[in-house]
Design a protein around this ligand. Structure first.
Ligand code: GCU
Length: 834
């Protein structure tokens, strides 16, 4: 008993599973607690349990109990004596001068005896309570008095949850909202999610996939939506849903879904009315139409605005809005043999002429770039064309093209390239975040803002990775204030998530800030996009999949040259979609920022960059540099052992080690691929030259056969070994010819799902280590069934003493689809990343 009690009091050793995210309210050290002056009672100026002000009172009580170990009472009437008062402006009759507050804004005053937390509305009051708790949790006891207001009214998240409980592009398990084509009955996780969202001031959530299933409109599901909305209401998070445009026909049994057909309009009106009976404060609808095979108004030769307005009119009497997605393109009619074809042109082509055609409660939701959440894209030019229509930006916290939460990639620096971009509309300052999304530039205040595709799942970490949660946290912060500093945000998040230790904060901040540049380096640089498998899971390397198909994410790489010519003078004309000053910048190769060179220009591999390097040499160097940075992550992380709980330490260590290995897979694949197409050697002779590796195909094989892989470049030496069948044990061995010393030994193999092959690494017959091909369990989602760039992985055993002539042997046992595929063994001297 005593031992257990002792353990429980030491926060560091208690396992943490991530469920509380950044709202852990971990106890501050005693000496720090002593410095905190906190009033003895909480007055929450609303006694109704579903009210966010009531929630704020409960949350303050819970938070202060956790952080400071003080038990405070909550009352609902103003009392004499010092207290923490939380309420709305109209219920508060305290001492402060009335602050200037806009919708959802709040006033926080910790000066004097009484802490005042005053919201413009109930939601704002709750936000203020979270702000105060965030300060306390970070041991920030400075006296403050300030008002803060949101940069934009719309601060939503989107979930791409399917009704069957799977999640499109979800990397953390099944849905917390749906199961078996119905809404879930247990709303615990939904409430916990709403709490996290409220704490970052997100005020709306669309819970089902944009590729929507009409069954969400069944009577049973409408009732279920009502329950979900009830669960989130105390947190001030409003519910929205995605609609399938063809629902009147496929679900309602009508002959058509023509948006101008009276029966269709009547069907949507009555369906909407019914929805509002269940969810009286439904935020609105999200609609993906005529894109990637989804039905839409164009099917009936109607315009996208005809479609959007039909929904807008249905929700208007209820105060709802329609988020209409600008992600519209026709993948069936894009043809790479036409030099002028360009998917990037689609959004502006579709929406430009419609700018004055949308009803005033339609918001066009625009992905940050013109293609699809790539590692780098220029700002969508559509923001410059929506002058009479409200717009919202669509970001993606789910790292679909950015490592799917198996790679650490802190996204705000990427988002900021867009949020800080000045589109110079009509020659005037038009910064995306502060001018356009704020609604100021085009006078749309109140109806502009942010949406982020998040895709949390049932995994207790929410996103599959502890560190990935900084992206969700930062998203909320930036939607509130796009000028907020990405490093400061990260530091707050780190203190809240892992405590106040300086080493922890510095390490996580440094790694996170290095992560996006590194990822860009090892996946696709100079604006060529994430060179992933675009017809597959969008995860590992597969550069050739980008071209020769109608998806339009082309690189136009051939034997001599690469890049999309998007100039007006000679290319697809996309550069001309920007306002004049920006268009001129991108039209000219000299003024195009080099990080977007290949986005806008088609150049020979030998084109010389400002650094003096050729494009191809830059490719090689960047990929090597990126993998080199990723290799430091597990080493940096290892220093944090003992400075946090073991569970999160180990789970993160696993992912960072995996990332370091997969970054080498990326590096080698891309370098090998372009080396092969261009025939141009790496000036440093690294590509295809691995002095510290022993290729599996060159080992003494027993029960193994040598094969190729698809795509060819994801195998070192272009060959691998797989067991001859999927049941017999096999082995691969080699006599080492390296000088005696201490090495890290890495084994590169392929980890498929639907199979768990086992492996043992032996040195002169003694075990160095053993492992199982179970990344599907550890990484939390199913990567691939194939031997390819997604399944390629490696395991490393550090500090192995080796003498010349030693025999290294891998013994394996295949399982299921996993034929224990081996690529190579690397025997790495200190400092060598290969
Ligand atoms: C991407 C993604 C799809 C998604 C689509 C969208 O293409 O891969 O899964 O449906 O975007 O945003 O609609």
């Amino acid at each position: 008993m005593r031992g257990l009690w002792f353990l429980a009091t030491i926060g560091l050793v208690v396992a943490e599973d991530g469920l509380n995210g950044w709202l852990r309210y971990a106890r501050l050290p005693c000496d720090v607690v002593k410095q905190a002056k906190v009033p003895a009672t909480i007055v929450a100026l609303n006694a109704t349990e579903s009210s966010p002000v009531y929630t704020a009172g409960q949350e303050l009580q819970k938070g202060i109990r956790g952080i400071l170990g003080k038990a405070l009472d909550v009352t609902h009437e103003t009392s004499e004596g010092p207290s923490i008062v939380v309420g709305t402006l109209d219920t508060f009759n305290g001492s402060s001068a009335t602050p200037e507050l806009e919708e959802d804004g709040f006033w926080l005053n910790t000066k004097g005896d009484t802490v005042e937390i005053i919201g413009q509305n109930e939601r704002g009051a709750l936000y203020g309570a979270f702000e105060y708790l965030s300060m306390l949790a970070q041991a920030n006891f400075t006296e403050v008095a300030y008002a803060t207001n949101p940069s934009a009214a719309i601060r939503w998240v989107n979930q791409w949850d399917n009704m069957d409980g799977t999640i499109e592009r979800g990397y953390a398990g099944l849905s917390i909202f749906f199961k078996n084509n119905a809404t879930v009955s247990n709303t615990t996780r939904i409430e916990q999610y709403a709490r996290l969202l409220a704490s970052i001031r997100v005020n709306g959530i669309v819970i089902n996939n944009v590729n929507a299933n009409p069954i969400i409109l069944s009577d049973e599901n409408m009732a279920g939506l009502g329950k979900i909305a009830d669960a989130m209401r105390p947190w001030g998070v409003k519910l929205g849903i995605s609609l399938n445009f063809a629902s009147p026909q496929t679900f309602g049994g009508l002959a058509s879904f023509d948006p101008l057909d009276e029966t269709v309009i009547a069907w949507w009106n009555s369906t909407t009315d019914k929805l509002y009976e269940h969810v009286p404060d439904l935020a609105g609808f999200l609609v993906k139409a005529n894109s990637e095979g989804q039905p839409g108004p164009i099917t009936y030769n109607r315009t996208l605005s005809d479609g959007a307005n039909m929904f807008a009119k249905a929700v208007k009497p209820h105060g709802g809005i329609v988020m209409f997605r600008a992600f519209v393109y026709d993948y069936q009619n894009l043809n790479e043999s036409n030099w002028k074809d360009d998917r990037a042109n689609a959004a502006v082509d579709f929406f430009r002429e419609l700018d004055d055609k949308f009803d005033d409660n339609v918001v066009v939701q625009v992905k940050y770039g013109p293609i699809d959440f790539q590692v780098r894209e220029p700002t969508s030019p559509l923001f410059a064309h929506l002058k009479q229509t409200a717009s919202a930006i669509e970001l993606q916290v789910a790292q679909e093209y950015l490592g799917q939460q198996c790679h650490l990639v802190y996204l705000p620096p990427l988002w900021k390239t867009v949020l800080n971009f000045d589109l110079r509309v009509d020659g005037e300052k038009s910064v995306v975040g502060t001018d356009i999304l704020s609604g100021k530039r085009f006078d749309k205040k109140g109806l502009t803002g942010y949406a982020a595709v998040v895709n949390v799942g049932q995994n207790t970490t929410w996103l599959g990775s502890h560190l990935a949660m900084s992206n969700l946290y930062a998203y909320g912060r930036l939607a509130w204030d796009p000028t907020d500093d990405e490093v400061a945000i990260l530091e707050d998040w780190t203190r809240l998530t892992f405590g106040l230790d300086d080493t922890v904060r510095e390490t996580i901040t440094r790694m996170s800030m290095e992560s996006w540049p590194a990822y860009e380096n090892y996946t696709g640089n100079l604006g060529i996009q994430t060179l992933t498998d675009i017809t597959g899971p969008h995860y590992g390397p597969n550069p050739q999949s980008m071209d020769n198909n109608p998806w339009g994410q082309w690189t136009r790489a051939d034997a001599d040259s690469i890049g999309m010519d998007r100039t007006v003078s000679n290319g697809t004309g996309y550069a001309g979609q920007y306002p004049a000053e920006v268009a001129a910048l991108y039209e000219d190769i000299e003024t195009t920022p080099e990080e977007l060179l290949l986005w806008f220009h088609h150049v020979p591999y030998t084109h010389v960059l400002k650094s003096g390097k050729t494009v191809i040499q830059h490719f090689y160097d960047a990929h090597y540099a990126g993998a080199e940075t990723a290799a430091t992550f597990p080493r940096q992380w290892a220093k944090l052992q003992g400075l946090m709980d073991q569970q999160r330490f180990e789970e993160t260590a696993f992912r960072l080690t995996y990332q370091a290995g997969h970054a080498i897979v990326w590096r080698d694949s891309i370098a090998q691929f372009y080396h092969n197409v261009s025939g141009i050697a790496d000036a440093q002779d690294r590509v295809g030259n691995h002095p510290w590796r022993i290729e599996a195909e060159a080992m003494d094989l027993d029960g193994y056969k040598v094969t190729g892989v698809t795509p060819f470049e994801v195998a070192s030496g272009l060959r691998i070994a797989q067991t001859v069948d999927n049941s017999s044990a096999a082995s691969a061995s080699a006599t080492l010819r390296f000088p005696a010393g201490t090495y890290d030994v890495a084994v590169a193999y392929y980890d498929l799902y639907e199979g768990k092959a086992s492996y043992e690494l032996l040195l002169n017959g003694a075990r160095v280590g053993a492992w199982v091909g179970d990344n599907e369990d550890k990484l939390g989602f199913t990567l691939t069934r194939g031997i390819d760039g997604h399944s390629a992985t490696r395991v490393t055993f550090p500090g192995v003493a080796i003498a010349e002539g030693d025999v290294l042997r891998v013994e394996t046992k295949p399982d299921g689809r996993e034929t224990a595929p081996l690529d190579y063994v690397a025997v790495l001297p200190p400092g060598v990343v290969d």
